[in-house]
Structure formats: C-alpha cells, structure tokens
Design a protein around this ligand. Structure first.
Ligand code: BGC
Length: 755
C-alpha cells in the first residue's frame, strides 16, 4: 500500500482539488507524477453496467449478467444468497475492469409509486440493512468496492433533484437512516453516494450533519462520500460538509472554485486533505486487485435463475400450482415472449443472454400443447382483437398462464407512477380471460406493489415474479412446474388502493417540499396502527408445502437491554414436499413514553426443511431490537418494561409470542424544564420524588381557587385538567400564598432534580 500521507504532502493544491472531482463520467483523476492510479466506477446494483467509453453517459454497456433487481432479491430474505450474488457481481466487475459498483440502494419504500422502488430493497429498515450488508460483504470480499446509495431520504423520483424531504429527527433515525447505518457498521462499503434531494432544506450533498457527523463520526464510516451524478451545487460547501468526490467530471470550474476557496482562506485545506486521504485510501485499495480476465457467464446465469426463483412470491394459489399433467396450455401475454426483466434508467444492464419465458416453459411442459398469444399491446391503446384471441386460446386450453409486465412507460427511474394499476388493456385482458377460464394463473413482472382488486378474484393463482433478471423466465417455469418450491416473502406491503397508503396526504409534496407527515409509520407500521386492510401484507408468501411453529422460547425472560436475548422456535415442514420457510421476529413495546408502531421486524431466518423435518431456528435480538430514538435525549434508548416478541410467517400471521421484561441501562438525564407540566413531572422518576410532597398543597390551592369542593368526581376532573398545565402557571393559582415567584420555585425544584 502506498504511503498516503507522503503522497498528500507532495500534492499541489490544484492536484488535490482535481482528485476530488471526477476526470470523466466514470473515473477519478489519476496522478501519474505520484503514482496515483484512477478508480473506475460502474452502475450496479443488480449487474455491472460497464460503459465501453468512460467519457460517455450513454446507456449502452458491455455484456454482464443481469440479476434480479433489489425489490425481488429482498423477497428471498436470504443473507447468504445475497452474499453469493455479491461475489458473482465482483467477479464480473473485475473482468470488466470495474473497481467500484454503484449500489446497493437502501432507500425506504415510503410510497409504492416511487419509480425507483425496483432498485430498493424494502419498506423496512431492518430487512434492507441486513440484506444490503450481506450484498456489500459479498462484493467487497473479492476486492471490489460498493457505493451505498442514495444517502438520504431519496424516496421519490418526482422532483428528485430539487425536492426537500421535510422529515423530523426521530423519523430519520428510525426509518430512513438505519439501513445505511447497519450496512456501514456491518460491512463498511468503500463509498456512500449522497442523494440528489434536499433534506429539511439543505441539499444532501451539503448536509454536514449527515455526511460528517452521523455517517463518518458516529457510525465510523471509513470510505469516501461520492455525489450522485450532478448532485453537487456548491462544490466548496459540499467539501465542507464532507462530500469527498464529486461525480461526474470533468468540472474544471469546480476544481478552480476549491483552489480559490483554500487560497482565500474560506476552505480549510485540512478539510480538502481529509477528502483526498479518503479517496486515496480507496484508490490504492482497489489497485491491489488486478482487473481483466473473464467471468463464468453460464455459471452466473444459472445463479441468476436460482436467485430469481427464491425471490419470486407466490401471492395466491387455490391449489392449481404446481401444474401437473396439463394437456393444453394457453400462454397469454407479451411478457412471455419478450421478458421484462429489469427497470429503466442508470441500472440498465446489457445481459449476457435472456431467457424467453415461453421457451423455458416449453422445456419443462412435458408433452403439453402450448399456444401463445400476445394478449396486450406495447402501448395502452385499445385492441379488442388481442383480447378476443386470448379468450379463444384460453377457452381451448386446460390452463391459461397470463404473463403480464408493467411497461416501462409506467415505471422507471426518473419518474413516479401515477397509480398502482396495470394498464387498462392488461386489466381488461385478465378479466376477460379469467371469466372464461377459471384455471388462470397470473404471472406479474413489476418493480413494486400493484393493485389487483379489479381482477384478483378471478385468478386461480398469482405469482409475483418481479423484474427477475435475465434468467427470470426459467425461474418462473421452475416454480410453475414445481421444480422449485416458492419461498419468497414480500419485502413490501401490497395495499388495496393507492389512497390507503401512508404517504397519501403528503405525497408528492408542493412548492418544492414533501412533508413526511406520516413520520415513523410507513409500510406495515402504518397499516398495523391504522388497522387498515391490505391486499397482501408485508412478509406474506405461499409455498407448496406447509409449516408449523412450536416451542417458542427465549434465553432469558428478564434481561438488560445491552445484553439482548436469543429467541428460538421450532419449525416443522408439515406438507408433502421440501421447502423453505422465512421465520419473522417482530417486537412490540407494551408501553413507551413516545408513540411506537404496533410491531417492528427485528430478526428473521430462513430454514430449509424436508417433509416431516423439524429444525430449531435461532434469532438473536440486540439492544436496538427494543430501543427507539428519543429526540429529547438525541440518542437511542430503551425504557424498563414489557415487550412482546411475536414470531410468525408474515407481519399478520403471527404463530406464537412470548413476553419479556427489558431492563434499561440508560442513565438518562431528566428532561424536565421550567415549562414542564404536572404530568411530565409525575412521569419523570426523579421529578415525581420532588413534586409529590407539593402535590397535596398544590391541589388544595387549586380547589380553593375553583371554589373548594370535597366532591371526589369534581376533584378528579380538576386534577385531569391540571395535568397538562405548566408548573409555574399552576403555582400561580396559589396567589399570595406562594412564598416566591412561581419561576423561582420551579427553578429550585429543577435544581433538586438535575442536581
Ligand atoms: C443515479 C445513480 C447512479 C448514477 C450514475 C444517477 O442518476 O441516481 O443511482 O449510480 O446516476 O449512473
């Protein structure tokens, strides 16, 4: 490893500034004089988008394996699988000369209409953080870097480059930051990419609190922060905030601005040195791995197929699946012929090969007679003849398989969806086919939740096949014929209607701002709290076998928050075929001083079981499983009390639960102040001790002020009224009887509390 400090000492100001801005769209500035190589980055996250010409922003790229996109892979809930995918991605990156892969994306799915949800993992920060950490680990274990993105609160494409996400501190800490935090703490991504948007008015690229104080200082991030492409507006302000590398380049005016700012004493050269140091560390780390060679394209295609099969979610099945001994199959829908396997935008891969779903089906269909018709047009024009043809085919068959893909004009990076619906024509097609053929299976390709109210009752089965990557067609065939047993579970809720979703009233924002008014209640946290019915809940997914849960136990019924607890449960495969179950562990805080969601995912495990087999699943729960972020203290805390540990097959299918007692170890200072109310004094352990002796006196004073009553009910009423009155105002009721000014008395009490 080069001696970075020596290099920095030899660099001119101009060279330092130049290193902190890209040389081209995809590489950093090399410095031959001092032996500093360039760093080549390429988009991920589900494949390597290696552009042949680094100076170009063109979409075309060299062939690479297109794996399923993040919204799919998240549904596998499988850390080891993601790790393996990461290793394969790294192998391709090395072959294609790429040092850092720009992914994964861990932004929360605040609304299902976000056009880029297909690139994001989940609506749940725990799941997203765990899976991202595994993927990063997999990629980086082979010496290729990653870029965790888009930091932070980039939850919609609408006005993504300018909008200000107005989000409170607790919501940021509990919902929008933890996936980043987990990935950084567990896997140390080489780089973190800042988002385009503003957060509470300040561009993410200029957010010192996020980029430096939280990410680097608090979480211990060791790599460098890179801007999203063109997300920097004020280069000097961004550097001050902790934005190390601006991309893309070249941007000679930006480089000059940095030089000028240092010379004018407006930017501390030490801040520039720190950015240079962070970039150089990664540049030299990347250089340790020689690039070039070939990758195992066939092997990776097979891996992509397996990952796709594990990622797909069987949403509904009346027993029609898996298909057995079918004579005639009508395959309806353009997506059977032209696979819709990835999303539009910067993550668009040039695949090494693409499975044609129809062909893959034929390979597994035995002697079945298969007829195909397109079913719906490329656009959303009305073409009744396509529907008539499909209906005729369905009528002449034993089973209809409808392959329906949400077109890119409805869903892509760069814009949000206007609704949750398939195209009008696709809905009409499904309705018409299911009306004549009850044995109809709908296979969906889309990147985020779609509404199904208009047609789901007619479908015998629905398979959510997502944007399943280049081998998705084979995976669908594997699942339909039972070569593979579905095991995916939803990493996001499928709502009944768009109007039911948490961000409805606040999305997409107005006048340049989008208020995160639903706070910590996104996804299932919201639906649970509202008792709002959904189409398919978070964590839902069917299998061709069945599972039973038993013998839930905890390592300790009472424990200190810092010690955490181990939860174990026995899972038995009670059905006819081998299968995998995803065991989900949620935590419910029975009582807290701040509002908490009814339950939150805090652990999960996936277990493979032969028919009749039982395995014990162990899930550890740590401090954070019980903690919440308290903005008053500016930190994560727990409070003494009881928590329910809920173990189940989905967020609504809770199979067993156990109650534990958590002992908080936090020595929390009292938050009482001059304007605290009687209720707050009574709720505060130290305050209560101080206020109780005065309580009777105060009460009598008030009763006198209100005309004096011995009536118990009236007494209660008065006290209820008093609970939310600030203490000085309450003391004021005592008038002349008070020995000193109320504020003075309260200050004296506060001194007793705070010491
Ligand atoms: C996207 C990033 C991507 C970058 C480079 C941006 O528009 O938001 O996710 O990595 O372009 O293609």
């Amino acid at each position: 490893m080069a001696d970075i400090e020596t290099i920095i000492a030899q660099m001119t100001l101009q060279e330092k500034a130049a290193l902190c801005t890209g040389a081209t769209a995809w590489n950093t500035t090399p410095l031959e004089r001092l032996g500093v190589p360039q760093l080549f980055v390429a988009d991920g996250p589900h494949g390597v988008r290696r552009v042949p010409d680094a100076t170009s922003m063109a979409i075309g790229a060299l062939p690479a394996t297109c794996f399923p996109t993040a919204s799919a892979t998240a549904c596998a809930w499988d850390r080891a699988l993601l790790h393996q995918m990461g290793q394969a991605l790294a192998e391709e990156a090395i072959a294609l000369g790429v040092d850092v892969l720009l992914g994964p994306g861990v932004n929360m799915k605040r609304t299902p209409v976000c056009g880029r949800n297909f690139e994001y993992l989940s609506e749940d920060p725990f799941l997203a953080g765990e899976l991202a950490a595994s993927l990063i680990d997999g990629i980086q274990s082979r010496g290729v870097g990653t870029s965790l993105k888009h930091f932070a609160a980039n939850n919609q494409e609408y006005q993504r480059m300018t909008i200000s996400a107005e989000v409170d501190e607790r919501t940021l800490r509990e919902i929008y930051l933890p996936a980043f935090e987990t990935a950084v703490k567990k896997a140390q991504p080489w780089t973190v990419m800042c988002a385009y948007n503003r957060i509470n008015g300040v561009y993410a690229s200029e957010q010192r609190e996020l980029l430096t104080e939280i990410l680097k200082n608090e979480w211990g991030f060791e790599g460098f922060v890179v801007s999203d492409w063109t997300a920097v507006h004020d280069r000097v302000a961004a550097l001050r905030a902790g934005l190390d590398l601006e991309m893309p380049g070249p941007r000679p005016r930006r480089v000059q601005a940095v030089v000028d700012a240092v010379q004018a004493g407006e930017l501390d050269e030490a801040a520039l040195d720190e950015a240079v140091r962070r970039i150089l560390r990664i540049v030299f780390k990347a250089a340790e791995i020689p690039k070039g060679g070939a990758f195992d394209a066939a092997g990776h295609h097979a891996l992509a197929r397996r990952i796709a099969a594990e990622s797909m979610v069987l949403l509904k099945n009346d027993g029609i699946l898996p298909l057995r001994a079918v004579g005639r199959i009508a395959v309806i829908g353009r997506a059977a012929q032209e696979a819709h396997f990835q999303g539009g935008g910067s993550s668009h891969i040039t695949p090494t090969q693409v499975d044609v779903p129809l062909e893959e089906l034929r390979k597994l269909a035995g002697g079945a007679e298969i007829t195909y018709c397109a079913g719906y047009p490329v656009d959303d024009s009305s073409q009744p003849d396509l529907i008539a043809e499909a209906v005729a085919a369905a009528l002449a068959s034993d089973v209809a398989l409808l392959y329906v893909a949400l077109p890119t004009f409805k869903e892509s990076e760069g814009y949000d969806r206007a609704d949750l619906d398939l195209t009008r024509h696709q809905v009409a097609l499904i309705q018409a086919v299911t009306a004549v053929q009850p044995r109809s299976v709908v296979i969906l390709n889309n990147g985020s939740a779609v509404a199904m109210n208009a047609w789901i009752d007619g479908a015998a089965a629905v398979l959510e096949a997502w944007m399943a990557g280049q081998a998705g067609g084979g995976a669908v065939a594997d699942l339909l014929f039972g070569v593979a047993n579905p095991s995916g579970k939803l990493a996001e809720t499928f709502p009944l209607r768009l109007a039911d979703t948490p961000a409805t009233l606040n999305y997409p924002g107005e006048a340049g701002q989008v208020r995160y008014g639903e706070g910590i209640f996104i996804g299932y946290r919201y639906y649970d709290a509202k008792q709002q019915p959904v189409l398919f809940p978070f964590g839902h997914g069917l299998s061709y076998t069945t599972f039973a849960y038993s013998a839930l136990r905890v390592s300790s019924a009472t424990f200190r928050d810092v010690d955490g607890v181990a939860v174990s449960v026995d899972v038995t495969n009670t059905g006819p075929v081998a299968g995998q179950e995803i065991v989900q562990v949620y935590v419910h805080d029975r009582q807290a001083s701040l509002l908490r969601p009814p339950k939150e995912l805090k652990g999960f495990a996936k277990v493979r079981l032969q028919p009749g087999e039982t395995k014990t699943v162990l899930v550890p729960l740590d401090f954070r499983a019980f903690a919440f972020y308290h903005p008053g203290y500016g930190r994560w805390i727990t409070e003494d009390g009881q928590f329910d540990i809920l173990v189940g097959a989905s967020s609504v299918d809770i199979c067993c639960s156990v109650t534990v007692a958590v002992q908080s170890t936090a020595a929390l200072p009292s938050l009482l102040g001059r304007l605290s109310t009687l209720r707050q004094w009574l709720d505060d352990p130290a305050g209560r001790v101080v206020i109780e002796p005065l309580y009777t006196q105060i009460k009598q004073g008030i009763q006198a002020a209100f005309g004096g009553s011995a009536d118990a009910e009236e007494d209660m009423e008065i006290m209820q009224f008093l609970l939310d009155v600030p203490l000085p105002d309450m003391l004021e009721f005592q008038g002349d009887a008070l020995p000193a000014a109320p504020e003075q008395i309260v200050d004296g009490l506060l001194q007793q509390v705070h010491g």
